[in-house]
Ligand binder design. Structure first.
Ligand code: B12
Ligand code: SF4
Length: 464
């Protein structure tokens, strides 16, 4: 039996971070508990004093695992979180004293930048993707991994199909107190079937074999969450209705559970999305049907890698309207090929078909490792750890504000756009490298990077 502390770094107070319930770390803890290890989850929402008083770090742990969920809030106006993670891990290492336990990294954000973070945070070993199986192997023989300095590929966890994930009541209730608290619930472990140019999901999901959670396990998890007083759930699938038949079964199960006041949401796709599904959603108390076409211009949607176009979005909207569903359409300006015309086309679509609260607009594509965008600009790993964005047409913000009806530009949206514009002007423009594919691409520069952390080799005027 090993003694394992699991630290939720995503609950650190950091600018731009709003902690959410740590389901990933809970999955890892549950697997360890079931194998009779002695675990404790350190979470600063549940126990804010653990942030200042690090005496817990000096206990005789064999392993301390850290979860890293977000690298940054993927917002042009926000800084990254990596410095905060580094400071905190350093404090834990100092507090642990001379017999430092084995330090292990994992989580979705960690998985994206595993090699860079392993070195920077000084972990002994890390895990890319699902953490249960790898963590069980690590804690079985911690000394074997001391100073290993490498990342393991996460593997399939059979317990996902077998064991209900029932969270400690105290942890649930401390998150239930936060405004708008939503608990994530996992229905499937499956890589998304689409190939959006900016999306790193395939990277994070690891070797997951496409497991689909049995409905009776899901029902147990939901009832437990409900009994703890939580009334909002988010199904964490990349796309909830990617497999419509299973999505319908989940919605039917939710209706049968009859949990009054429980609302839920998820990321949906406009295709596949039929009338029967739309009709089921209303009585299931779905809060918002969120879709992310990312643009409402067909050329842009194709370029971004979407497998549907505006005809599908229109049909989806009609179905939702017929069944009185609340919808939210997310679009992000500034992808490859965005120009005056594509912004105008998106605006024409939105102005004629969407109501005031149905559109959420943002600007700037955060370039993440392993994605088509990263390949296009030949940046990866270390290069991308500080917030880095795809090049933007200089007048993009003005076009958005001019073309979209004022009903879409709420004060909040306006402030976000202005903050994004101010921030993009302050960012460093990484130069195109002479004679490369990037120089031939017609882009004005390679990428936008927050100024404070530009690697010298990328500073304006620097060579390759
Ligand atoms: C669902 C989801 C959401 C939901 C969450 C709902 C909820 N209440 O939980 C919502 C819509 C709210 C959301 C919001 C945001 N999200 Co989000 N989200 C996801 C998504 C699709 C799934 C995450 C999830 O819960 N998976 C299920 C759990 C069980 O898996 P997991 O956490 O990965 O844990 C496993 C492994 O990582 C590992 N593991 C975890 N911890 C540890 C620890 C150790 C020691 C080890 C060994 C292993 C390990 O084992 C776990 C079990 O197998 C991911 C993409 C993805 N496919 O992963 C993005 C993702 C995590 N989100 C991301 C981001 C950026 C955000 C936002 C900042 C976006 C924004 N600007 O608003 C916010 C921040 C929210 C917050 N406050 O933290 C990024 C994070 C990486 C990055 N780019 O920095 C991701 C990867 C997507 C992306 N575009 O890159 N998100
Ligand atoms: S649909 Fe969503 S999860 Fe799938 S590739 Fe695109 S952005 Fe990623």
């Amino acid at each position: 039996m090993a003694r394992v502390a699991l630290v939720n770094l995503a609950s650190l107070p950091m600018p731009g971070n709003e902690p959410i319930f740590p389901i990933g770390l809970r999955c890892v803890q549950d697997a360890l508990d079931r194998a009779d290890h002695d675990t404790r989850l350190i979470d600063f929402v549940a126990d804010p004093s653990a942030l200042r008083d690090l005496s817990w770090a000096a206990e005789p742990w064999d392993v301390i695992g850290f979860t890293i969920r977000n690298i940054d809030p993927i917002d042009m106006a926000c800084d990254g979180h990596v410095d905060d993670y580094q400071d905190f891990v350093d404090r834990v290492r100092a507090a642990a004293g001379p017999n430092t336990p084995l330090l292990v990294g994992g989580g979705p954000g960690y998985s994206l930048f595993a090699d860079a973070l392993l070195a920077r945070l000084g972990f002994d070993v890390g895990v890319v993707g699902p953490g249960e199986k790898a963590m069980l192997d690590i804690v079985a023989a911690p000394e074997r991994w001391r100073g290993a300095g490498r990342n393991l590929g996460g593997e399939r966890h059979p317990g996902f199909l077998r064991d209900p994930l029932q969270h400690p009541r105290a942890l649930l209730t401390s998150y239930a107190r936060l405004e708008g608290a939503t608990i994530g619930v996992e229905t499937r472990r499956k890589t998304c079937y689409q190939g959006c140019v900016y999306c790193p999901y395939a990277y994070i999901s690891g070797d997951n074999k496409g497991d689909v959670k049995p409905l009776e396990l899901l029902a147990t998890e939901l009832r437990d969450i409900y009994d703890a007083g939580i009334r909002r759930v988010f199904f964490t699938d990349s796309i909830f209705n990617a497999e419509l038949r299973y999505a319908k079964q989940v919605v039917r199960m939710l209706i049968e559970q009859d949990l009054p006041g429980l609302t839920w949401s998820a990321y949906f796709t406009p295709k596949p999305f039929d009338d029967e599904f739309a009709a089921m959603l209303a009585p299931s108390d779905v809060e918002t049907v969120v879709v992310s076409p990312d643009s409402l211009d067909d050329r842009m949607m194709r370029t971004l890698g979407k497998s549907f176009d505006t005809r599908h979005v229109t049909r989806f909207l009609e179905r939702c309207r017929r069944h009185d569903l609340t919808v939210r359409v997310n679009i992000v300006f500034g992808g490859p090929g965005e120009d005056r015309e594509s912004v105008r086309t998106s605006a024409e679509y939105a102005n004629s078909r969407l109501a005031q609260d149905e559109l959420v607009m943002s600007v700037g594509y955060r370039i993440l490792p392993g994605t088509a965008l990263a390949r296009q600009v030949s940046l990866d790993g270390d290069d991308l750890l500080t917030p880095t964005f795809y090049p933007l047409p200089p007048d993009l913000f003005d076009w958005v504000m001019t073309d979209f009806d004022s009903r879409f530009v709420s004060t909040r949206c306006l402030l976000n756009l202005m903050a994004g514009r101010a921030s993009s002007r302050r960012m460093t423009r990484l130069p195109l490298q002479p004679g490369t594919a990037q120089e031939a691409s017609g882009l004005p520069y390679l990428a936008l990077k927050r100024q404070d952390a530009v690697h010298p080799r990328h500073a304006l005027g620097g060579g390759a």
